[in-house]
Design a protein around this ligand. Sequence first.
Ligand code: ADP
Length: 242
Amino acid sequence: MTIETGTLPPKPPPPSSAAAPLLSFDAVEKDYSNEGERVRALDGVSLDIGSGEFVALVGRSGCGKSTLLHLAGALDFPTAGHVRLAGTATDTLNEAGLTRLRREMVGFVFQSFQLLNTLSVVENVEVPLLLAGETHPRPHAMERLAEVGLAELAHRMTHQLSGGQMQRVAIARALVHGPRVLLADEPTGNLDTATGNAILQLLRRMCDEHGVTVLMATHSAEAAALANRVVRMRDGRVVEAG
Ligand code: ADP
């Protein structure tokens, strides 16, 4: 094979260049099998999310929001198409690469908080650091707890907290390892309006002060109003990209 250097195409930009989206969905389809029947949860989603954006993902229950978040965090993979995080297609990585990508790039917050109830507040926040091999995670975890206003409750067990406090711990835990993307699935769904709004303000602050990119599935009008961009889904498709 001969290569004529004069006719080579221009060098593509590196995957992590500033111009590239931090998170991108390229013609993504996702099928599940439900008792032998195929369910198409995502039906050709193409969407780019830039670094530092705060995006609300809205749409009726069952339209594919959680599926999109799972794929964004490389917890699951597309049936067709690609999901790219910082330019890397999640379906091209081996187990070690995936573990690294999830640990370094992504934090998750869930409606049900998903704290470990056998651990104290600060021990919950330490978990991602321990998994990343940090041997003295306490000061770092305490710093994050202070940031979410819970330093004084560090040694409580999680069942001694209110719902809003639990979600604050979950946010501290999701961000303690410095991920670039925070994926939040109905983070205010189990909270009363005032507490939910305080959680939204906290997420907004994390985006503004730390440049964390937030992708949040929500039913809440307040949550959507706080975002820079609202992405609307219907029947597995993006019908409005914001
Ligand atoms: P939303 O988060 O908007 O409520 P989901 O992403 O949870 O929507 O679900 C989209 C569709 O995919 C729904 O029809 C749902 O029943 C189906 N679905 C989601 N997860 C699974 C699964 N693990 N197995 C089978 N079907 C699923």
